[in-house]
Design a protein around this ligand. Sequence first.
Ligand code: 5GP
Ligand code: MG
Length: 195
Amino acid sequence: MPAAKKTARRRSAIHPDLATLLLTEAQIKRRVRTLAKEIKTAFGDGEFTIVSLINGAIMFTADLMREIDNPVRLDCIRVSSYGAKTKSVGTPSVIASITLDITGRNVLLVDDILDTGKTLNLVAALILKQKPASLRTCVLLDKKSRREVPFQADFVGFDIPDKFVVGYGLDFAERYRNLPCIGVLRPERYNSGSA
Ligand code: 5GP
Ligand code: MG
């Protein structure tokens, strides 16, 4: 079978709406494991509090936490989403804030993807207002070329190009979060009512 046909078959076996497969389930799994080791080196054996940005970081957080054997607390924060769009517009706002007391605690903020930087800037500022002992940030994906406000995560899983990606928690209009891999969504799906 010609290589192109084989690749096309492999892609459609993952999901027909993906134009390109960016990261396989195995690649993600391997990197999550090494990221957990990096985090462990930074935090030592002590307890820390994970603050996860839902819904996007839900899978990443669940997998990352299981690779960390420190005592950890978990809280979630929900920030306004893209909705059925592929670019962030305006300023993000917090829809549901954390409930744990993080004053004097070591905090790890976890998100799926760092894009313009607006979301993490906002959330990091809110967390810092509560005077944690320390704040570090971990993102699975980083689209460095898209940054509009300066923000650097302490732990980055993968640097990726400026493409709209879905899977492994990342959505388009709330779909595709359950894909075990990460891929570039076919542009024709953006405008399709059934996307
Ligand atoms: P920022 O505020 O850095 O522009 O955007 C961060 C948020 O935008 C992420 O938490 C994520 O929800 C969303 N986002 C940015 N790029 C992508 C992408 O390629 N795919 C998906 N599904 N969401 C994205
Ligand atoms: Mg998000």
